[in-house]
Design a protein around this ligand. Structure first.
Ligand SMILES: CC(C)[C@H](C(=O)O)[C@@H](O)C(=O)O
Ligand code: SF4
Length: 417
């Protein structure tokens, strides 16, 4: 255990523990890396860095995972070729491969136990902050940094300053972790936490999945990492080392308090994630496509919330509902408990576990002028297809209600329909 002289934030704690000395915001830290994650879209440049530039094998192949998730199954010959090369690389180096259909990288890493409390996990994907849900220091890096970490087992980073977000009160029925996340982003602003650690004090509230939603959105405020202080379900699922917790008296650059009991269902309107409004104020806008899925909201809890609204109803004529489970495990559970049947009967189109149309590469891209309500995390111009399409971000329950009415709606509107 590293000796510490001043109270530390969670980010400082983890980076001190996995490095050689106590570090504080602004210091440079060289740390051991417990996991390296590479997504399909980046795999070719990662392999090139490893084999052509560094001429190095992965130092700990079992710590490296390649996940084929963003455009899976492949949509074009060049995507298919890149995925083939990724499979061949995994076979010759012994790194882990999660192939088409296993699911979205972040969901898969957490399910597989490849992100754990106190670990440092680097991903070639910005939403690697999601691992903060299980108190892992998860962050996104480019192919070169990822390759250096894979080759050496280490990385270096500047220790981020921390923003403390404290949650109070309890959510009202129909309000979800997604609404908390959107509200947090509104308060912080889309680049309000650039290169900072957002440390979320949630007490025992929220399941692991809900905590993933919170940590996932942190990068949309520009954060380097989003760490949810362990509590509740996390303590049943993991052995949490005592050194992970922030010290009383740790130094924060900013402190924010959110009263959950005052929160109503929220929605990010086009075309910035921090353009957050009450759903009630956007109600009635005609919607062409609803997408329920992604690393933000494609988990079993999310599919349950959607099915609870859709049960006994049909998707409105003229509106498409796409549901894509975040992983094969989620899909299997939703199949076993009847959730997928409920969704299918309501008129949902079910897709292969993976990213789906989240970043506009396949499986449901939008035409000019179309409006989409999505449970994802990004709504910037052109994100899901044409630049003249509009994306609203919301919780699964709001997305489901919108699908039933064909217009932006609250879950309570469906009951009355
Ligand atoms: C393809 C990948 C690099 C990208 C990311 O970094 O986030 C994607 O997952 C996204 O959500 O835009
Ligand atoms: S689901 Fe969307 S946000 Fe998440 S990793 Fe895939 S493309 Fe990125």
């Amino acid at each position: 255990m590293t000796a510490v002289s001043r109270p530390q934030t969670m980010a400082e704690k983890i980076l001190s523990q996995r490095g050689a000395r106590p570090v504080y915001a602004g210091d440079l830290a060289v740390v051991e890396v417990d996991g390296v994650m590479v997504v399909d879209s980046i795999a070719q440049s990662f392999i090139e860095r490893m084999e052509r530039d560094l001429e190095a094998p992965p130092k700990f192949p079992e710590r490296v995972s390649i996940v084929i998730d963003h455009v899976a199954p492949a949509s074009t010959v060049s995507v298919a070729q890149a995925q083939k090369e990724a499979r061949e690389y995994a076979a010759r180096t012994g790194v882990r491969l999660f192939d088409v259909g296993r699911g979205i990288c972040h969901q898969v890493l957490v399910e597989e136990g490849l992100a754990r409390p106190g670990w440092i996990v680097l991903g070639s994907d910005s939403h690697s902050t999601t691992y903060g849900a299980v108190a892992a220091f998860g962050t996104g890096m480019g192919a070169t940094d990822i390759a250096l970490a894979a080759a050496s087992g280490k990385t270096w980073l500047k220790v981020p300053e921390s923003v403390k977000v404290t949650l109070h009160g309890e959510l009202r029925p129909g309000v979800a972790a997604k609404d908390v996340a959107l509200e947090m982003i509104r308060v912080l602003g889309a680049d309000g936490a650039t290169y900072q650690s957002i440390e979320i004090h949630a007490g025992d509230r929220f399941t692991r999945g809900e905590r993933m939603t919170l940590a996932n959105l942190c990068v949309e405020a520009g954060a380097k990492v989003g760490l949810v202080v362990p509590g509740g379900e996390i303590l049943n699922l993991y052995e949490v080392p005592g050194w992970v917790y922030p010290d009383p008296g740790a130094a924060y650059v900013r402190e924010i308090e959110l009263d959950l009991s005052a929160l109503a269902p929220r929605m990010s309107a086009p075309s910035e994630v921090d353009n957050v409004h009450n759903v009630a104020d956007l109600r009635g806008l005609k919607v062409d496509q609803v997408f329920i899925g992604t690393c933000t909201n494609g988990r079993l809890d999310d599919l349950h919330a959607a099915a609870d609204v859709l049960r006994g109803h049909r998707v409105a004529p003229g509106t498409r509902l796409l549901v894509i489970p975040a992983s094969s495990e989620v899909m299997e559970q939703a199949m076993a408990d009847g959730t997928l049947l409920t969704l299918q009967r309501a008129g949902a189109v079910l897709g292969t576990p993976g990213c789906g149309p989240c970043m506009g590469r396949h499986q449901g891209v939008l035409a000019p002028g179309e409006v989409c309500v999505s449970t994802s995390n990004r709504n910037f111009v052109g994100r899901m297809g044409d630049k003249d399409a509009q994306i609203y971000l919301a919780s699964p329950a709001v997305a489901a209600a919108t699908a039933v009415l064909g217009r932006i709606a609250l879950p309570e509107d469906v009951g009355a329909a």
